[in-house]
Design a protein around this ligand. Sequence first.
Ligand code: PXG
Length: 477
Amino acid sequence: MSYRQEAAFIQPAAAQAQAARSTARSTAEYRALDAAHHIHPFSDMGALNRAGSRVIVKAEGVYLWDSEGNQIIDGMAGLWCVNIGYGRKELADAAYRQMQELPFYNTFFKTTHPPVIELSALLAEIAPAPFNHFFYCNSGSEGNDTVLRIVHQYWLTQKQPAKKYVISRRNGYHGSTIAGGTLGGMGYMHEQMPSKVEHIVHIDQPYFFGEAGGDLTSEEFGLARAQQLEAKILELGADNVAAFIGEPFQGAGGVIFPPSTYWPEIQRICRKYDVLLVADEVIGGFGRTGEWFAHQHFGFEPDLLTLAKGLTSGYVPMGAVAIHDRIAKAIVENGEFNHGLTYSGHPVAAAVAVANLKLLRDGGIVERVKADTGPYFQQRLRETFEGHPIVGEIAGTGLVAGLQLAQDPQRRQRFANGGDVGTICRDFCFSGNLIMRATGDRMLLSPPLVVSRQEIDEIVSKAKHAIDATAQQLGHS
Ligand code: PXG
C-alpha cells in the first residue's frame, strides 16, 4: 500500500491535504536543500550529505511517515520526548488559543501570566511532596545550567561559598551547552569544547555489564561505584563539594540501569557530607519508568530535578528545574537571584505543557505504563531476546529498554568494535522501518507512552528481525 492510500485509509481529508503539502518538493529536492543549508546536530555532515537525510513529513500516534511514503514505527518517541504520542489535537489547540490570547510576555519585571501560574500549580500537584517551586527554561541543557546557578546560590545563602564542586559521571549526559557538556561525561564532546566550566569533576558510571571486572556481583559493583563518590568528596574536601548530579538511569549513555545498591548508597553519602543530590530527569521524567519521575522508581529523594522533553512531549521546547522546599526557601528569602532567560515560562510552551500533563494524568497513561504496557514490553523483550546469541543484557523498566549486543553474552564479553555492531543493527532497523537508537553496542528503545500492546509486538518483532540480521552478518546466528 502506498503512503497516500495508507494515510487516506486512516484519515481521508486531513491526510490528503497533508500528502499534498508534503509532496510540495521531491525527496531529492529536500535532500539537496538540506545538504546545502542545514548543519545537523551531532552529525558528520560530509557523510550525511553524501548519503542524504531521511525526510520525515508527518506523524500520528506512534508512527512517522517519510517523504518516500514509508510508515515507520517510532521506538524512540522522537528523541525520548514524545511521551503523549504524535498528533494530539489538544496540544495544538492549547498553543493556538494561547497564541491568540497572549503569545508572549516576560516574567522578569514583576509580571506573570495565567499559563505559567497554572503550569506551576499543576507541577506541584504531580511532583513528589517537597517540590513546590519551579524555574523555567527552554531545554534540558539550560535546565542543567540553571541547576548549577541554583546550587551555587543556595550555598551562598548558607554562608558556604567554598562549596563549589559538582560531581557527575563519565558517560552521563546532561546536554550540550558548555555547562551541560562539561557536566556530561562524554569525552568526545569535551575534546571539541573551547573551555569547560570550572569545578566539575567526574566519577565512574555504574555500568555493570561493561565495567565490572572480576567476580563482583552487581550489588557489590553498585556499592563500589557509589563509593567513588565518597572517595571524591574526601579528596576534594566536603566543605568544597556542592552537589552530585546523575540521571536515575543513563539514557543517551545506553539505557544503563544501576544495580539496586547504587542509589541508596549515593543518597547516604550525599546526606553524610551535606552535598545536594540532583536527579537529571530529562529522559526519566513524566512517566517513562511507570512512575511520574524515575527517582521514584529507584526510591531516592533528590533536592533538585532537571525536567524537559516529556514536560511538553516535545511539541514545543521547554525545560524546568523543580526545587525542593528547603532550597526554594533559601532562594526566596535571600534577595535577588540573577538568572533568567527571555523565554523563562513562555506562555505558549506553558499552555502546551499544561495540556500535555493533563492528558497524561487524566488519561491514566502513567498508571497504564506501570500496570500494563510497561510490564508487557519488558516481558516481550525478555522472552524474545533472553539466550539470543548476541544479546548480553536486557536493561529497563516501564517503557524504556537497552539491549546490550555482545560477542560472548555469557562471559559479558563485548564486541571489540562495539560501535560498528550498533551501527549495523541500527541500519537494519532503519531499512525495517523501526526507529531504534544505537549507543555503541547497546540498542535503545523508548516508545511513546501511549503505545498499545499490538504496537509493542510490532516494535519487538522488528527489533528481533534487525538483531537476527546483525547476528547473521557477523556469523553469530
Ligand atoms: N539531560 C539529559 C538526561 C538528557 O538526556 C539533556 C539533559 C539535554 O536536553 P536538551 O533539551 O538540551 O537536549 C538530555 C538530552 C540521544 C540524545 O542521542 C539525548 C538527548 C539529546 C539529544 C540526543 O540519545 N538528551
